[in-house]
Design a protein. Structure first.
Length: 516
C-alpha cells in the first residue's frame, strides 16, 4: 500500500495547480471589480470574464510544469492574455484621459473616434507582436508575401473601412459635435448628436429614440447644423386675423406679444410683416430669434399662446374658416361684443369692494365703461414703475405681487385671487406702480379707467375712502416687508415713503384736480 506521503504528494500535485487557477481568477476579478467601482472600467464584459480565467489557467499550467507538454494551448493562452491585458490598460488610460479633459473643461478636444482608432492600432500591433513572440512566426514576411490575404481582408473590411475613413474626415472637418442639433433628412427630422464613433454617429430625435447613422451615410448627406457657432435660431410664425383690423396695429400687437414670451431675444429684434390678405382675412408672418434649439417646439407653443392672449385682450378676431355673408351692422356688432351688460354686471358683483359700496345703478353705469382682459400664466399684468391710472379687479385666476430690486431676486409681497383689486395707487394718486403683478394662472380681470370711475367718486365718497384705506394698509404692509427683508439680507433697500401717513390728503388733492 502507498504510504501517506505519497498520497499527500499526489493530492498536492493535483490541488496546488487548481488553487493557482482559482486564486488567479478570483484575485484578478476582484481587481477588475474594484476598477468598475472606481469607474475606471466600464463595459469590457468579455475581457472582464475571460482575462481572470486565462490568467488562472496559465498560472496553473506554470505551477504544474505542463507548459512544455501543452505548448500550443499555452502559447494561445499567452497570446490572449497579452491582448486582453493591453486592451484593459488602454481602457483604463482612456478613462483617465477623459476625466482629466472633463476636469479642465475640454471634454471634446480629443474626439472619441481618434481615441478608438489609436486603441485599435495598438491592439493590432499587440496581436502581431504576440503571434510573432509566442509562436515564433515572421508575421511581416507572411503579410507582405500574401497578396491573397491582403485582397481578402480588404474586401471583407470594405464597408468598415469606408465608415472609418468617413469618420476620420468628419472629425477633421468637425461639421458638428456631440450636443449639437442637426437636421439629416425628412424621415429623421431634427436630432441631437449624442456620440461620434469610428463606425457611426448616434442621434436622439425629439421622440426619444436613439438613431445610429453610419459615417459613410453621413458623409454623403446634406447636414444642417442648428448649433454651429452658437448663433441665435430663427423661428417663423404665421397668424391669420380678420382683415378689418389695421395692419400697423396688428404688427405692433404681434411684436409686443412675442417679446413678452420668455426665451424670445430682443436682439435681433422680431420682425412682423403682412404676408398676404383677402377681402376677409389678413395673414401675418413673424420672424423672431431664440438662443438655441433645445426647447424650440415648447418655445413655439408658448409664443403662439402669448399671441392669442394679447390679441384677445385687444379685441382682435382670428379669421374664420368659413365666410358668412351678413349685414354690415350685424358684422360690426359681432366683432365688438364679447360680454353682454348682464354678464359684466355679474362679474362686477363678484368684487366685494364694488358690490358693498356701489348701488345697483352705479354698477350698471360701469358696465358700459369697463373692459375684461385675460392674461396668460406667467404674463405681467402690471409693471413696476409704470404710470397707469387704471384699477384692476380679478374675477378668476391668481396673481402674485412682487418688488424687483437691483441685482436682487424679486421679493414676493402677496398673492391676489378672485374678488381682489390692485392698481389703486395709480388710480387715486397718479403715481407709478410700486410693484409688479404677474399672473400665476390664466387670470381674467376687470379693468376700470380713472375717467370712468371719477363721476362715481363725486356722488359716492365712500368708494375713494375705502380705496384709500386699502392703499394705506398695503403701503404699510409693503414697507414692513421691505424693512424685514433689508434686515435679513443686510442690504440697503429703498423703502416706501411716508405716503401711508398722508394718503387721504393726497387722494383728496388728486380728486379735486380731476373735478375741476
Amino acid at each position: 500500500m502507498p504510504d501517506f506521503m505519497t498520497i499527500w504528494n499526489t493530492i498536492a500535485h493535483i490541488v496546488e495547480p487548481l488553487l493557482w487557477v482559482v486564486g488567479g481568477y478570483f484575485g484578478l476579478r476582484i481587481v477588475i471589480q474594484l476598477g468598475r467601482n472606481l469607474r475606471m472600467i466600464s463595459g469590457l464584459a468579455i475581457v472582464g470574464r475571460l482575462l481572470p480565467l486565462l490568467v488562472g489557467v496559465l498560472l496553473g499550467l506554470w505551477q504544474s510544469n505542463l507548459t512544455a507538454r501543452w505548448l500550443f494551448p499555452t502559447r494561445l493562452i499567452q497570446t490572449f492574455v497579452a491582448i486582453f491585458t493591453v486592451a484593459l490598460l488602454l481602457h483604463v488610460g482612456d478613462r483617465l484621459l477623459v476625466r482629466r479633459l472633463e476636469a479642465e473643461g475640454r471634454p471634446n478636444i480629443i474626439p472619441r473616434l481618434m481615441r478608438d482608432i489609436a486603441r485599435g492600432v495598438i491592439l493590432v500591433i499587440t496581436f502581431f507582436v504576440s503571434i510573432s513572440q509566442f509562436f515564433q512566426i515572421q508575421i511581416g514576411t507572411v503579410l507582405l508575401s500574401s497578396t491573397v490575404f491582403t485582397a481578402v481582408v480588404g474586401l471583407a473590411l470594405q464597408d468598415l473601412l469606408k465608415n472609418v475613413f468617413a469618420g476620420i474626415a468628419l472629425q477633421l472637418e468637425r461639421p458638428f459635435a456631440p450636443g449639437d442639433w442637426i437636421f439629416v433628412d425628412q424621415q429623421l427630422g431634427f436630432g441631437r448628436v449624442l456620440e461620434m464613433s469610428w463606425r457611426a454617429i448616434r442621434v436622439r430625435p425629439r421622440d426619444g429614440q436613439v438613431v445610429i447613422i453610419p459615417n459613410s451615410v453621413v458623409a454623403q448627406q446634406q447636414i444642417n447644423n442648428l448649433s454651429a457657432g452658437g448663433r441665435p435660431i430663427a423661428m417663423r410664425l404665421r397668424v391669420v386675423v380678420d382683415a378689418v383690423h389695421p395692419p400697423n396695429v396688428i404688427r405692433d400687437l404681434l411684436k409686443k406679444a412675442v417679446l413678452s414670451s420668455d426665451g424670445v431675444l430682443e436682439s435681433p429684434a422680431p420682425f412682423v410683416y403682412c404676408r398676404d390678405y383677402t377681402a376677409a382675412t389678413a395673414a401675418y408672418e413673424i420672424k423672431l430669434w431664440v438662443a438655441n434649439y433645445d426647447n424650440y417646439p415648447e418655445q413655439q407653443g408658448d409664443t403662439m399662446a402669448r399671441i392669442w392672449y394679447v390679441l384677445q385682450r385687444a379685441d382682435v378676431k382670428f379669421a374664420p374658416n368659413e365666410m358668412v355673408i351678413t349685414r354690415p351692422e350685424a358684422l360690426q356688432t359681432a366683432r365688438r361684443v364679447y360680454y353682454t351688460p348682464d354678464q359684466i354686471l355679474k362679474r362686477l358683483r363678484r368684487i366685494a369692494l364694488l358690490n358693498d359700496v356701489l348701488s345697483e345703478d352705479e354698477l350698471r353705469s360701469l358696465c358700459g365703461q369697463v373692459e375684461i382682459r385675460l392674461f396668460a400664466a406667467g404674463e405681467v399684468i402690471a409693471h413696476q414703475g409704470q404710470y397707469e391710472t387704471t384699477l384692476y379687479a380679478i374675477t378668476s385666476g391668481r396673481a402674485r405681487v412682487e418688488v424687483q430690486q437691483d441685482e436682487i431676486e424679486p421679493l414676493v409681497l402677496s398673492h391676489l385671487g378672485p374678488g381682489e383689486i390692485f392698481g389703486e395707487r395709480g388710480l387715486l394718486m397718479g403715481e407709478p406702480r410700486s410693484a409688479s403683478v404677474i399672473a400665476e394662472q390664466d387670470t381674467r380681470t376687470i379693468v376700470i379707467d380713472r375717467h370712468d370711475i371719477v363721476p362715481i367718486f363725486e356722488h359716492n365718497p365712500m368708494l375713494p375712502e375705502r380705496l384709500g384705506a386699502i392703499l394705506a394698509e398695503r403701503l404699510s404692509a409693503t414697507s414692513a416687508s421691505l424693512e424685514e427683508h433689508q434686515r435679513a439680507a443686510s442690504t440697503q433697500l429703498p423703502t416706501i415713503s411716508s405716503a401711508a401717513l398722508s394718503v387721504a390728503e393726497r387722494i383728496r388733492r388728486v380728486l379735486f384736480d380731476l373735478g375741476k
